[in-house]
Write a protein that binds this ligand. Sequence first.
Ligand code: UT7
Length: 344
Amino acid sequence: MSKITAAITGIAGYVPEYILTNEELSKMVDTTDEWIMARIGIRERHILREKGLGTSFMAEKAVRMLIAKTNTNVDDIDMVVCCGVTPDMPFPATANIVSDLVGIKKAFGFDINAGCSSFLFALATVAKFIETGKYKKIILIGADKISTFVDYTDRATCPIFGDGAGAVLIEPNTEGYGMIDEILHVDGSGRKYLYQKAGGSSYPATMETVVNRQHFIFQDGQPVYKAAVSNMTETSLKMMKRHGLTSENIDWLVPHQANLRIIKAVGQHMGLPEEKVMVNIQRYGNTTAATLPLCMWDFENRLKKGDNIILTTFGAGFTWGAIYLKWAYNGHQMAEKEKEISLD
Ligand code: UT7
């Protein structure tokens, strides 16, 4: 029997309607469009502002489109995994909520949190289920309403983040397409540079934690920046060496979208021309777990069966790594089909 690999066979995304521009941000904190564009490369980000709507709202939209464009029967879905750092609530898992909203009744699932590397780690995890041969259709969602934890009085962090969701369908493949390899790492000693102090079991919400603004993201940007460039580069180069990949035979790099300067540095260290590096940070900002699927969704119409793709991320934890996959379908037709689907 030929080896079973886990292949992405469809992709969809969703970003909220409201767009927060650099101009508007510069009225909220002491910043400018020039500074944000030069230092981070973000022009605007989408924010889910409506009260009572959480991550599941965006995930549901992405999953509904994914199901429609791949003609998937909800009763055939075996598993739903939602990854990210902003579940609707501590429990139950957002995967359960989304399954219920979409009408997926025969699947099991759970959430995965690995900071901004959530999608990378979750893709590697669910691939193992497919590779057993027992599971045939898995939906993996990368979604975050990270604006929940952004302090819009802190100019060092508020320009960076945006909300969004991406979802992929993963199915078995026996022709060698899909997930080939992963290199994944954590280093918990990096946790002091990027975290949200309160709201978990160590520091549950109290009047004091709220007054001290401890429910917001804290980031010491420079150590995170340096570790992101070096670790994303190192794991990507290691992956290239392992599989005889070169700047010529890699078709796409899909990097986590945290800072355009980080993305460019990693691409350059890998010897890749800019046109092989997927970038959409200018429109969405850092959407945490959603950056990779939103990138692949945006570029779906240019993806071809057999494309060699490296995914790489770095995030809070620290967490980082790289995945090598061979794209499993011609994206143009699917991207065109999506344009004809109206879900409302
Ligand atoms: O997704 C998870 C992983 N996260 C990342 O990969 C993020 C990694 N870090 C970064 O991307 C960058 O470190 C930041 C974008 C967060 C910050 O950029 P930076 O070039 O490292 O700036 P900095 O923190 O060193 O600050 C430089 C200067 C400071 O002023 P002084 O002290 O030199 O006078 C800041 O106060 O820029 C100032 N500054 C700003 N000025 C205008 C910081 N934020 C702003 C702002 N507007 N928004």
